[in-house]
Design a protein around this ligand. Sequence first.
Ligand SMILES: NC(=O)C1=CN([C@@H]2O[C@H](COP(=O)(O)OP(=O)(O)OC[C@H]3O[C@@H](n4cnc5c(N)ncnc54)[C@H](OP(=O)(O)O)[C@@H]3O)[C@@H](O)[C@H]2O)C=CC1
Ligand SMILES: CC(=O)[C@@H](O)[C@H](O)COP(=O)(O)O
Ligand SMILES: [Mn+2]
Length: 388
Amino acid sequence: MSVTKSVCIMGVTGSIGKSTAEVILAHPDRFRVDAVTAYRNVPELASMAVSLGASFAVIADETLYEDLKRALAGTGIVAAAGENALIEAAERPSDIVIAGIVGSAGLRATLAAIRRGAIIGLANKETLVCAGELMMDDVKRYNATLIPVDSEHSAIFQVLEDNALDRIDRILLTASGGPFRTWSRDDMAGVTREQALAHPNWSMGAKISIDSATMMNKGLELIEACRLFPVEQNRIEILVHPQSVIHSMVEYADGSVLAQLGTPDMRTPIAYALGWPERLSLSLPRLDFTAIGQFSFESPDEVRFPALRLAREALRTGGTLPIVLNAANELAVAAFLDRRIGFLQITELVEAVMAAHPSEILTDIDHVFATDILARRWTEDMIAGLCH
Ligand SMILES: NC(=O)C1=CN([C@@H]2O[C@H](COP(=O)(O)OP(=O)(O)OC[C@H]3O[C@@H](n4cnc5c(N)ncnc54)[C@H](OP(=O)(O)O)[C@@H]3O)[C@@H](O)[C@H]2O)C=CC1
Ligand SMILES: CC(=O)[C@@H](O)[C@H](O)COP(=O)(O)O
Ligand SMILES: [Mn+2]
């Protein structure tokens, strides 16, 4: 007989948040939702809080507190707002916190969940890029459990044998290649927001969709993998696999390669994290191998996709450089989505900000937040310079 687990969903109005809600609603006997959070989308937050039967709902933008209170009037759900309320949501004694906020904005709340020893289903990869080593230290210190939700890292986690890190020869981190996998740099120069948002296999939020198009997503995932599974950087290979069916693979010392496969649907890794250490049942379409016909593989092209080279450089250099890479990328992607800069300028900006600001040794978590703020300022100045 399984116990009912309580869940906090950070970023419930987003793509990960909604997929999490679907898995939970399909298993009403297994889960109870305690807290839900969003940034600015009050109507969706209120409606999801009600349909999920949550007790506590947080809107991160403080100016929207009264709107949320009004939207929840008569429901018995407590409304709260602001960064401290996000932390409060993560600190409430739920069994599992799904970290589904986008960007480094999710870091304080994820740390709060770690520091109370929670089980965290981590989708919010930018937190590991910015503060990975400090986060992993805290996971150990506070006896927390981090279950990766990012599909590739979930795959690696699922095929990782106990205490096997020293018997791993290679981790093969698969990449779809994004919508411009076969495009030349010249052709990429003119792509529109709509073309860049149209991922060939996955339906996701705007920021990660653009990251997939520049392949910065794979760069961030490389850093994420090094933090979660501490093997040397050169043992992690990025492998382009346009079908997105093999979600990643681990090659062991005896030459055996273990892979996790599935349809490209985030409900599978989310269900794995929610159910862990058990597997939940999910009634999703199954893989039809004869319909797929063939799997193909390619090497990544770091010339057409410089984000891969930049992420490797940030990882190799370490210190504050991954924070600078991430902050510059977050702002550059937002500027592209606002049609203020072109597609190729996203990685050009990241490279310029990284080059202009040498890395420092990372001291503590306050240093992470201070660097994030500074790097955002530098990037904003560069974007303003480009747009005039
Ligand atoms: N989508 C996917 O399939 C996958 C996503 N991921 C990772 O998961 C994370 C979430 O991605 P995704 O769901 O696509 O993103 P979405 O943009 O769809 O959703 C983001 C969520 O975070 C909230 N949010 C945004 N900014 C802030 C902020 N400053 N403070 C607090 N909350 C905020 C949004 O609220 P509001 O709606 O009010 O703006 C929304 O609930 C990302 O880190 C992404 O890289 C990883 C693998 C797959
Ligand atoms: C679903 C998921 O995990 C995404 O991170 C996905 O990997 C994006 O696809 P790319 O392989 O194109 O980056
Ligand atoms: Mn991924």
